[in-house]
Design a protein around this ligand. Structure first.
Ligand code: FES
Length: 75
């Protein structure tokens, strides 16, 4: 049995907590591209991008690890 995965709560490549992104986005109209320009998040491996887009939609700052082998087109 595998240990539970750590929640995803920051951009690992640039060490940017999602809470910081939320704080920035809550203070102004903001799209993912604005966060990317300001914090570099998503410019490395890109794995944080779907989580950041969800943060902007929902305000959530911590996410369970997604199955990267699952694609919406598979549904
Ligand atoms: S985790 Fe954000 S670019 Fe790699």
């Amino acid at each position: 049995m595998n240990p539970p995965a750590m929640p995803i709560d920051h951009c690992v490549c640039f060490d940017v907590p999602f809470s910081v992104l939320k704080q920035y986005a809550d203070a102004r109209p903001c799209r993912y591209e604005d966060l990317r320009k300001r914090f570099n998040c998503g410019r490395g491996c890109g794995l944080c991008v779907p989580y950041i887009r969800e943060l902007l939609r929902t305000g959530q700052t911590s996410f369970p690890v997604r199955d990267t082998n699952h694609h919406e087109s598979d549904v």
